[in-house]
Write a protein that binds this ligand. Structure first.
Ligand code: ADE
Length: 258
């Protein structure tokens, strides 16, 4: 058993699970706060961390980070400082599709994330993150398998009404809202397995990796990262606000089945 997994098992045996939840915007976590008992919050400049208990004793700490890698890394760092024994840090929200087979409402569970605007060449190959000396970050396999099983089970049970297909895949993060088919095409040429693009997941994953905390990135397709993306995105997030929590809850209610 890996040292990370041993630590997780030990932690899970000795106390209730503690889950961190981040989204860039309130609409990406939906009605989450109203489902928490024993709620409290702390303020850190313009960032608020909300804590509470969900269901039969899952401890949750959640925040909306704001857009982009800096906001995401800052929120992840604050969250981990406030909850040093976190079992899992989950980033969730919407994304642009990079694969033509994906449609609005399809769900991509990252089996890897990367930062498409990292480029320290010629000192490191394009996309390589210097502190980690690799480009792809992969979530802990046990947490990934659990999330995948849980989402499939939730869909079979009819809990994910309105959502489309659920699939694992590579998600690329960068400080750029992609609304240009040519820009997307260039990225796809460099990253043939790319499924979706967004602006935070890879930054949160990097912080979590460097802090040795398990992480997951879960995204729902809002647009095609093309010329229509800005309009599709804006229309989508209004509706997504109503459904976002059902996706998160599908995972929370299956935590005991890990
Ligand atoms: N998040 C949702 N859609 C996106 C896009 N097209 N580019 C970057 N981030 C996104």
């Amino acid at each position: 058993m890996s040292p990370l997994r041993l630590r997780q098992v030990h932690k899970a045996m000795t106390r209730p699970l503690h889950i961190g939840l981040l989204g860039a915007m309130p609409e990406e976590i939906g009605s989450g706060l109203s489902h928490l008992k024993q709620r409290s919050s702390t303020h850190h400049g313009d960032l608020t961390l909300h804590q509470g208990v969900w269901g039969d004793g899952v401890r949750l700490i959640l925040a909306w980070s704001g857009w982009g890698k800096v906001c995401a890394a800052r929120a992840a760092t604050r969250l981990l400082a406030a909850a040093p024994n976190l079992d899992l840090l989950l980033f969730t929200g919407v994304a642009g599709a990079a694969d033509d087979a994906l449609q609005q409402w399809d769900v991509v569970l990252a089996d890897a994330v990367m930062q498409h605007d990292m480029n320290a060449s010629p000192l490191f190959p394009r996309f390589t993150l210097p502190p980690l000396n690799r480009d792809l970050l992969q979530p802990d396999p046990d947490w990934l398998a659990w999330a995948s099983r849980s989402l499939d089970a939730a869909q079979t049970a009819g809990e994910l009404k309105g959502f489309g297909a659920i699939r694992p895949g590579l998600i690329a993060t960068g400080d750029q809202f992609i609304g240009d088919a040519a820009v997307l095409q260039e990225l796809k040429a460099a990253l043939p397995d790319l499924q979706a693009v967004e602006m935070e997941g890879g930054a949160v994953a990097q912080v979590a990796e460097q802090e040795a905390v398990p992480w997951l990135v879960l995204r729902v397709i809002s647009d095609g990262a093309d010329e229509a993306a800005a309009q599709s995105f804006s229309d989508f997030v209004h509706v997504y606000d109503q459904r976002a929590w059902s996706l998160i809850e599908a995972l929370l209610k299956r935590l005991s089945a890990r």
